[in-house]
Design a binder for this molecule. Sequence first.
Ligand SMILES: [Zn+2]
Ligand SMILES: [Zn+2]
Length: 201
Amino acid sequence: MNQDHELYKAGLLLHGHKCPAMPMGLRAGLAAIEQLGVERAKDGQLMAFIEIGQDHCATCYADGIQMATGCTFGKGNIQKLGYGKFALTLVERKTGRSTRVVTKPETIQRNKESEFIQYRQNGKPASQIEPALVEPLVDFVLSAPAEQMFDIGDVKPFQLPAGKSHDFNAIICEVCGEVTVESYARIKNGQIVCMPCAEAV
Ligand SMILES: [Zn+2]
Ligand SMILES: [Zn+2]
């Protein structure tokens, strides 16, 4: 894969800046899809569990995962586990088959030692760093063999919690007048209200 690949171009558009972590997520997601022999999820066919947390290096990884797998925030078929780790478990819902793709320490280390990351550590936004410093990192992550960058787990069964069907019913909050999904509504002082209005004192 190179920077002309449509998934990379779309990923960059979604993500906003050039960095090595978004393409790392792309490659991890594609490795998982290939290992399971499935297609990118048009609907909720796949479920992704990503192990990153909040406020740490390389969380941009998650945007690459979303782009590659079709497991997205909007569809609700992606979940962040918050371990501060760069691993992905991809599950095919219909069969319960899964694989876990773990980024190798050398892959993380390679990026960490780069001048690009030194600037990031000093608080410079990725979009303001000299492109010449990031291009070789991106090119490497896009083109290196997947087995070199990741440990790709065997296909194993995975027990997904039973999914709830989507709630299409909505009400209008009697306090703020805004639409809220019915199962999220509350009753306060005899009125049907949204959660923020129910919690307001
Ligand atoms: Zn990024
Ligand atoms: Zn309200």
